[in-house]
Design a protein around this ligand. Structure first.
Ligand code: HEC
Length: 288
């Protein structure tokens, strides 16, 4: 391969890898209405989380969703990363009881949760969760926006996608609710959010739409808390590669500038250096 092409190709390949660092990922689901597309603050290469929004989303999760859905991979102290101060987080944690132990008698016991605890799950295990939810399982939220196609848009859609009545001709099975964006449309979870489901302290209008956006953004953060760091690194890598490519290109031009192509014979020759090289080859000693 021509050296210039090689340099450009390898820089291009490395940029693709860097771009992979920048973008998120999603895995497929199936069969439902096309999702609404929101403009998220964390979209795009330069996007970042909107902390007040994440705080509102945390409130929605804690006050509404956490009675059924766990968030096992998140620690209470992680809430400080989205702008809550330490005292507030301690207060939030202290409202939950975490399992600890064993004590001196070998028994497990409950105590107030602390900053260093993971979010306390609403149920002890999957069977308990199923039996409290008519046999269906409210999934853990730790990576839910990565595990569902559409990510935050899907969570948002799910929250606003409930219809009072299923469309005509659609038979809902017992215990299910019609949701436009749930694959297959029949979901066991009843609509968890409505206008004023939660009272916001920062004066934001507590509409269903707002609650839905906030909790979706919060879950996107919970699944990718490293997103901003990853984007910053990706941008640095791309810049570095661009500069490196420019430097290598300049270097290549300099090195190859001594080689000329004879326009009649198509032979390359070394111009004024040819004589020097021949002298070296022939071991000619020249006077200094
Ligand atoms: C009363 C219990 C309950 C509450 C409260 C609740 N959910 Fe659910 N949720 C469920 C159950 C049960 C399922 C499983 C539904 C199914 O598989 O049909 C579920 C499923 C889900 C799913 C997964 C859907 C899928 O694609 O598999 C998401 C996302 C979800 N809930 C979001 C939320 C959010 C966000 C909140 C809070 C605003 C919330 N839920 C509150 C019970 C609940």
């Amino acid at each position: 391969m021509h050296p210039r092409k090689l340099v450009i190709a390898s820089a291009f390949a490395s940029s693709l890898i860097a771009a992979g660092l920048v973008s998120g990922n999603a895995i497929a689901a199936g069969g439902s209405d096309p999702l609404p597309h929101n403009k998220w603050s964390f979209d795009g290469i330069f996007g970042s989380f909107d902390k007040p929004q994440l705080q509102r989303g945390a409130q929605v999760y804690l006050e509404v969703c956490s009675s059924c859905h766990s968030l096992e991979m998140v620690y209470y102290r992680n809430l400080m990363d989205i702008g809550f101060d330490k005292e507030t987080v301690k207060e939030i944690a202290s409202e939950y009881e975490a399992k600890d132990g064993p004590d001196d008698e070998g028994e497990m016991f409950l105590r107030q949760a602390r900053l260093s605890d993971r979010f306390v799950s609403p149920f002890d295990n999957e069977n308990a969760a199923r039996s409290a939810n008519g046999g269906s399982f409210p999934p853990d939220f730790s990576v839910i926006t990565k595990a569902r196609k559409g990510g935050a848009d899907y969570i948002y859609g799910l929250m606003i996608g409930y219809l009072e009545d299923a469309p005509e001709g659609f038979e809902l099975s017992d215990g299910t609710h019609y949701n436009k964006y749930f694959p297959g449309h029949q979901i066991f979870m009843s609509a968890p959010l409505y206008d004023e489901a939660v009272e916001y302290e920062d004066g934001t209008e507590p509409t269903l739409d707002q609650h839905a956006k906030d909790v979706s953004a919060f879950l996107a953060w919970a699944a990718s808390p490293e997103l901003e760091e990853r984007k910053r690194l990706g941008i640095k890598v791309i810049l570095y590669l661009l500069v490196l490519t420019a430097m290598l290109y300049a270097l290549k031009r300099r090195i190859w500038s001594r080689i000329y192509l004879d326009e009649y014979t198509n032979d390359s020759y070394l111009g004024e250096f040819e004589q020097d090289i021949n002298d070296v080859k022939n071991n000619v000693k020249r006077p200094n």
